[in-house]
Design a protein around this ligand. Sequence first.
Ligand code: ATP
Length: 265
Amino acid sequence: MHTQSPNPTSYVFKTENLNVYYGSNLAVKNVNLDIPARQITAFIGPSGCGKSTVLRCFNRTNDLIPGARVEGKLTYHGKDLYAKNVDPVSVRRRIGMVFQKPNPFPKSIYDNVAYGPRVLGMKVDLDEVVETSLRRAALWDEVKDKLKESGQSLSGGQQQRLCIARALAVKPDVILMDEPCSALDPISTRRIEELMKELEEEYTIIIVTHNMQQASRVSDMTAFFSVELVGSNRVGELMEFSKTEVIFNNPVKEATKDYVEGRFG
Ligand SMILES: Nc1ncnc2c1ncn2[C@@H]1O[C@H](COP(=O)(O)OP(=O)(O)OP(=O)(O)O)[C@@H](O)[C@H]1O
């Protein structure tokens, strides 16, 4: 008989010996990561260690960078994300992305959120999707009476929540966030962090952050990357991946300890 443990951890992504090159330069090597479902995983580490590069592998946005090349294996729900028959556009629908600088389109608040479902021809009630996405992004109450106003007229923190609503509108499974709060003030940052904690009930989130308090506040798992000089080339490497409390309080590697205690990087 086939039995299952009551709460098996399921993994959305698994990487095996992932190497990423830009042209002939190896940017990050040998990344082995299992990203758990419906949790927040943070990527931390010094500048240039490859956090954003690895993040972009998960929705194939490195494909858009000329010369970028991914080696090794990356599975998404057990299937090879880089298989020949996989359409990168549909990958990016399932695996949304939010960037460092809020980047709403020069369109109304409503049209920003409705953009993805329209472009993809999703057969949905647009009013309903716009409202639900804005509610999930904790922005609805602030904008419900001005949906026709430009998305770019909002404050930075509101714009970032609008970008999160826009990502949610296409019903993703995963949200990748590349330093989503680095352009925001502390209050807006807290707001986004609270929102991330709410969203993890439904979505798998990976966040790149330079802010270690943020990683320790919001994430369940933390991956610490480091960078070493190989000849004249700086190559990033995954040093340690564990529960966030372990990375911050009891890491195995000295380099991790030095970094989280602010002695390096
Ligand atoms: N588009 C690109 N073309 C060429 N090289 C790149 C490109 N993007 C990143 N790199 C190189 O890859 C390496 C890793 O960069 P990446 O931006 O992933 O690091 P990071 O850890 O996210 O850095 P930061 O914290 O400064 O954002 C660096 O050496 C960088 O110069």
